[in-house]
Design a protein around this ligand. Structure first.
Ligand SMILES: [Zn+2]
Ligand SMILES: [Zn+2]
Length: 652
């Protein structure tokens, strides 16, 4: 018998194989000869298109000892490939573990995941209870339910309760989180609540552990997975519920390599598997908000904070009045207020969304600044590491440079980063323990020890980038200083306003979580306080409605589909020529608006020049289908790489 088998590589279609005397059905994992090697493939649900050349049909070697892939997952992967314009084989590669299916794992590896039916009771407020009832509704089919709750209102405990019910019914559950750093604190919380372990899945998990988990999910020995973006592709045997926590978080968008939005794709997976999905947030994304308004999604709200904690107060520090000294970023006003908080053992957070010491370095003699040799972007000075770092390609440069043959450059560092704020704070508060909370300090092995110290109030001053806004629970944090709110109003991102609202709402939500009064201070020169009014409003829906009207009026997402096409090459001339040709080709054949080509705002990344096109049109799969054909038929020059970004978030 002949069967179609999809292999994890760049092909967009399955290959035909002969089964011999092995009995096979759709979804079975198999070992097959491919070229000169043996690889893993999956029996697919459709044969390759007619236009492929005739190859000698080879025989399947063996069927692998693992439950077959659910046809619903296959349908999802096929759709995913169409929607995101990614070859089917590459999508399968996301599902397999290093292109393999993992079989035969020792049973003892799964002991800690064994579910514990011993029930603990947690107190829920009336609001929480009502939300739980909603979440427990219609759990036998696809539906999207949004749980919108003020930061610190105990959303997690509500959806944990809802997970119990799904597990009781014998299904598996996937909980998605936007940030790897969160999984540790979260895992602990889960174990305390359920009495057994959830499997943690993200890029930092050791390969050996990943094998156990992958197998445990495919064989249903693992019931609950807490994972980052990539967990979306795990081969659950019996998935019954997906939860996307912090659904508004833009980290769900995978921006490089295989480009997709994990939140949106999670909703599609739930649809194809006909299971419920819950989106959890304090301030919904505009896409989600639109779906709530148009009644496609249901919603429950928790307005009060848990244990009657109140939301923090807000205070604006006018820097025109409370002047800063040169090379200083903290005003006297703020220092006075912070002292009061420190006196009563409150933890204080200084927020500045800039890693390193200073964002620019330039020589005051020759006036040249430091650019990354690979990217068209400034190098950031990291004082701790004693180097200049490119935040795009990771290039490291040292500070030795000459103006001319006999004269060394004399550098000035312009603007603050978290390290610089930390230095200033060490001078102001020499006796307080402090720590920088950024991806440079927190994505390391000792980060869980640091987290514990913060939770136990062993550290009194935190200096953090946006990483700290993401769902961490620090019980003593009762004072936040936003060092420079004016920085946030810069930029021309279409989602800028929405992003700021979510960021500062989340950030403020870190404060005052255990009932003590808390305050957020905003330092600003800008007397137009709209941004601050929006972000401090207790009801974020007011802003979202306003923003949605603007998007509607201007025909922007979520009312229209955007698809970004980014062409890149190290050959600038060919890139410009080819981009123009490609634009002319697609705009003559496509019934949608094609904008560009324009040089990308960051014109060079990793030595590749970048040119962007943007396609705008009505929301339907038609755009992707026609575009797919056109891309296939267009002859790109060898050196040109095209990446397609459906529903782009970043326009860099
Ligand atoms: Zn670079
Ligand atoms: Zn110089």
């Amino acid at each position: 018998m002949k069967v179609p088998i999809l292999v994890p590589n760049i092909f967009d279609y399955p290959f035909t194989y002969e089964t011999g005397n092995i009995k096979l059905k759709v979804g079975d994992y198999v070992l097959i000869p491919f070229g000169k090697s043996q690889i893993t493939g999956v029996v697919w649900n459709e044969f390759e298109g007619k236009n492929n050349k005739k190859f000698l049909i080879k025989k399947v070697i063996s069927k692998l000892n693992i439950p077959s892939l659910n046809i619903k997952i296959i349908n999802f992967l096929n759709w995913f490939s169409k929607y995101n314009l990614i070859p089917k084989g590459m999508v399968l590669k996301l599902l397999l573990l290093k292109s393999e299916a993992i079989t035969d794992i020792d049973l003892k590896e799964f002991i800690k995941f064994k579910i514990n039916t011993e029930k603990k009771n947690f107190f829920l407020t009336e609001e929480q209870n009502n939300a739980l009832k909603d979440l427990n509704n219609e759990i036998d089919k696809f539906r999207v339910h949004v749980l919108q709750g003020t930061t610190g209102s105990g959303k997690t405990i509500v959806y944990f309760e809802s997970i119990k019910k799904i597990i009781d019914k014998g299904h598996q559950v996937l909980v998605m989180l936007p940030e790897i750093g969160l999984t540790g604190q979260f895992e602990k919380k889960f174990r305390e609540f359920f009495g057994f372990s959830a499997a943690i899945w993200h890029s930092g998990i050791a390969p050996k552990k990943k094998k156990i988990i992958w197998n445990g999910i495919a064989t249903e020995k693992i019931k609950v997975v807490i994972g980052a973006r990539s967990s979306l592709f795990l081969p659950f045997k019996n998935l019954g519920l997906i939860i996307v926590d912090e659904e508004h978080d833009q980290s769900y968008k995978q921006d490089e390599g295989i480009i997709y939005n994990a939140r949106d794709m999670a909703i599609s997976r739930a649809y194809f598997q006909n299971i419920p999905i819950n989106l959890i947030t304090a301030v919904p994304s505009l896409e989600t908000f639109e779906n709530i308004i148009s009644k496609k999604y249901k919603i429950s709200k928790i307005l009060n904070r848990y244990k009657d904690a109140s939301l923090p107060n807000y205070e604006i520090i006018d820097l025109n009045k409370s002047k800063l000294e040169t090379k200083s970023w903290i005003s006297q006003d703020v220092i006075k207020k912070v002292k009061k908080h420190l006196d009563i053992k409150d933890q204080v957070l200084f927020f500045l969304n800039r890693r390193g010491f200073a964002p620019f370095a330039f020589c005051k003699k020759c006036l040249k600044n430091y650019l990354c040799p690979n990217c068209s972007i400034n190098l950031v000075y990291h004082k701790h590491e004693k180097n200049l770092l490119c935040h795009y390609c990771g290039y490291k440069g040292n500070l030795q440079r000459k103006c001319n043959e006999n004269d060394n450059c004399n550098f000035i560092f312009s603007g603050p980063g978290v390290e610089r704020i930390s230095e200033e704070l060490k001078k102001i508060f020499p006796n307080e323990k402090q720590i920088i909370f950024s991806s440079d300090t927190m994505n390391k092995k000792d980060s869980s020890t640091i987290l514990e110290k913060i939770v136990n109030n062993k550290i009194s001053i935190l200096i953090g980038t946006q990483l700290i806004s993401k769902g961490f629970h620090f019980p003593n944090l009762n004072c936040i200083v936003v060092v420079d709110i004016d920085l946030s109003s810069q930029g021309h991102d279409l989602r800028g306003a929405e992003k700021n609202l979510q960021l500062y709402h989340q950030l403020a939500g870190r404060a005052g979580r255990t009932g003590k009064p808390a305050t957020v201070y905003f330092q600003t020169y800008n007397l137009n306080k709209n941004l601050i009014i929006d972000i401090t409003n207790k009801n974020p829906d007011i802003f979202l409605e306003k923003e949605l009207q603007i998007r509607k009026k201007n025909n922007l997402p979520p009312f229209q589909r955007f698809i970004s096409l980014i062409l890149s090459s190290d050959n600038e001339k060919k890139l410009q020529k080819n981009s123009m040709e490609f634009k002319n080709y697609i705009s003559s054949k496509l019934n949608y608006l094609v904008l560009g080509p324009i040089n990308a705002p960051i014109y060079k990344i990793r030595k590749k020049f970048r040119i962007r096109l943007l396609i705008r049109g009505k929301k339907s799969l038609n755009i992707q289908e026609s575009l797919h054909q056109l891309i296939k038929n267009f002859k790109f020059e060898k050196e040109i790489k095209l990446s397609v970004d459906v529903d782009p978030i970043s326009f860099n």
